[in-house]
Design a protein around this ligand. Structure first.
Ligand SMILES: [Zn+2]
Length: 184
């Protein structure tokens, strides 16, 4: 929990996310963020958003670094180190992007038919994460299939596509298994 978040008594009011729009949040307030009351799902979304901003900055800085001092390194030691840093930053950025996507999906979700939450926030996030992962393998496959040969300079494009098909099937299976485990 960041310093922006302070607890408020449960059920005191409705979450203020989207309160000035046609689609206000339907959940009750559990915490405040920068002094405004929100539900846990929206606070989580804001917190991940802050983290995402940090990694966006890190990624932009590392790419700028590459087009400057790293490119000028004629000996190679600095370049080797920089590659490692860039790889780590790209990995972290991808991870936080996936978490932010899952958190947004969860926060945007409407009430269940009974009006009661059926999943814990952790379960919801895990379910969204698994679904997004399965979809992403499929998106990557179709993007690669349609990409013109002069754009994708990949010698073994169809081998990669096959790997993505298998990964999609496996991810879909994991998603279905988890859904079953939750009784959905
Ligand atoms: Zn909310």
């Amino acid at each position: 929990m960041s310093e922006n978040v302070t607890p408020t008594p449960e059920g005191t009011s409705l979450c203020q996310a989207g309160s000035k729009t046609d689609h206000p949040c339907w959940r009750e307030t559990t915490t405040t963020y920068n002094g405004t009351p929100y539900c846990g799902e929206h606070v989580r979304l804001f917190e991940i958003g802050e983290e995402e901003d940090g990694w966006t900055y890190a990624l932009r800085s590392v790419e700028e670094w590459f087009s400057g001092p790293v490119e000028e390194d004629q000996w190679g030691q600095f370049e080797r180190l920089a590659w490692r840093v860039r790889e780590e930053v790209r990995r972290e950025y991808a991870q936080v992007s996936a978490r932010a996507y899952a958190a947004k999906m969860l926060a945007d979700q409407g009430p269940s038919e009974s009006g009661e939450p059926t999943l814990t926030p952790e379960q919801g996030e895990e379910l969204a994460r698994l679904m997004i992962r399965a979809d992403s393998f499929n998106d990557a496959r179709t993007t690669l299939e349609d990409a013109p040969a002069d754009v994708v300079k990949m010698r073994n494009k169809w081998v990669v596509i096959d790997a993505l098909v298998v990964a999609h099937e496996e991810a879909n299976k994991k998603f279905a298994d988890y859904k079953e485990e939750l009784g959905l």
